[in-house]
Write a protein that binds this ligand. Structure first.
Ligand code: KG4
Ligand code: ZN
Length: 331
């Protein structure tokens, strides 16, 4: 079995996965949403302190499995340095005390592996990764070979939901709250423009849309609940239209004979986004592959799923080489 740890942002999570069967025999996640909500976003130092309390508590429950553990996997990039360190330190300590090798896992590769938790993988695919830190379209050849086809120039898709929620004083994380408000709102009420619409660039941009929302909020003064719902609905419509517009361009130029489109990351839980992508996949004759809802947001089971493949390939990391990094390293 592999014991995997995830602490790249505000979720403390540990999973234990059987290497041969890919079965997740243990998985726990302690989220910090309520602690960060009053600040309208994640406070890194607070997140680190909460990880240092939560991770040992979860690990305590994993003790019965220790004898069966063959490797320790941990997210080492990208993420918040102060929170990544919490997981990495625990992983190093376990590696030394259990005499088992370490596997450093890139968080984004973990999100991609979330599609195949407890199942066999199907490649190649075009994947949309939408999280709080990233918005990318990738060509995924297998667990280890990826090509970035488009990414964001500024804010990410999920981050823009968080920022809109903050401007409307709706709490954190913004994605699920904005989606809920949007259900009751009139999406045609505010005519926000779709970012980069007249540009041929295969790229995303969300900071301009966020500013359009800000200006609208300022012009309205004190907001009624109905106005907040209409802002959320109009914002969500345009945020998704932007994704669809650029993904369509990617598929027209890069699809080749790839038959699977997948979507991963916390924001892939958005049902309106899922519906729009179903439509797009139908148009391009592709199957849409989704992760189970419980594995869309950050979790250690996805880190474990990637680690199974790394373990089989012998991709281990020396303890002195395990470094955390807020960014994805080149190459
Ligand atoms: O993957 P994730 O759990 O953490 C990162 O790796 O960032 O993604 C969290 C992000 C947050 O920005 C959150 O607001 C967004 O995903 N999110 C959503 C929804 N659920 C979560 N965004 C839009 N609609 C949702 N339903
Ligand atoms: Zn994530």
């Amino acid at each position: 079995m592999i014991l995997s740890i995830e602490s790249s942002c505000d979720d403390s999570s540990i999973a234990i996965t059987e290497i041969e069967t890919k079965k997740v025999v243990y998985h726990k996640k302690i989220s910090q949403d309520s602690e960060h909500s009053k600040y309208g976003g994640v406070v890194p130092e607070l997140a680190a302190r909460l990880h240092s309390e939560a991770l040992p508590k979860i690990l305590e429950e994993c003790k019965p499995y220790f004898e069966a553990i063959r490797a320790i996997a941990v997210t080492n990039e990208p993420g918040l340095s102060v929170t990544l360190v919490e997981g990495a330190t625990m992983a190093k300590a376990l590696s030394i005390s259990l005499h088992k090798p370490l596997i450093a896992v890139n968080h984004l590769k973990g999100h991609i592996a979330s599609l195949f938790i407890e199942e066999d993988a199907v490649f190649p695919m075009i994947t949309l990764l939408v999280s709080g830190g990233h918005t990318m379209v990738l060509k995924v050849e297998d667990f280890f070979r990826y090509e970035v086809l488009a990414s964001t120039l500024d804010d990410s898709f999920g981050e823009s939901f968080d920022k809109v929620a903050k401007m409307l004083s709706l709490g954190y994380p913004g994605g699920p709250i904005v989606e809920e408000y949007a259900k009751r709102g009139d999406s045609a009420r505010f005519d926000f423009t779709i970012p980069l619409y007249n540009s041929n660039r295969l790229a995303f941009s969300y900071s301009g849309l966020k500013n359009q929302v800000r200006l609208t909020i300022e012009s309205l003064g004190e907001l009624t609940k109905k106005e907040k719902e209409d802002i959320c609905a109009s914002f969500q419509r345009v945020a998704i239209a932007h994704l669809m517009h650029k993904i369509k361009k990617v598929l027209k130029t890069k699809k080749e004979d790839i038959k699977t489109f997948s979507i991963v990351g916390g924001a892939s839980a958005n049902l309106t986004l899922r519906e729009s992508l179903f439509g797009l996949c139908r148009e391009f004759g592709m199957d849409l592959k989704l992760a189970k809802l419980e594995f869309c947001s950050d979790n250690a089971a996805m880190i474990g799923r990637y680690a199974i493949e790394a373990y089989k390939m012998g991709y281990f990391t020396n303890i002195e080489d395990l470094k955390v990094s807020p960014k994805v390293k080149e190459g």
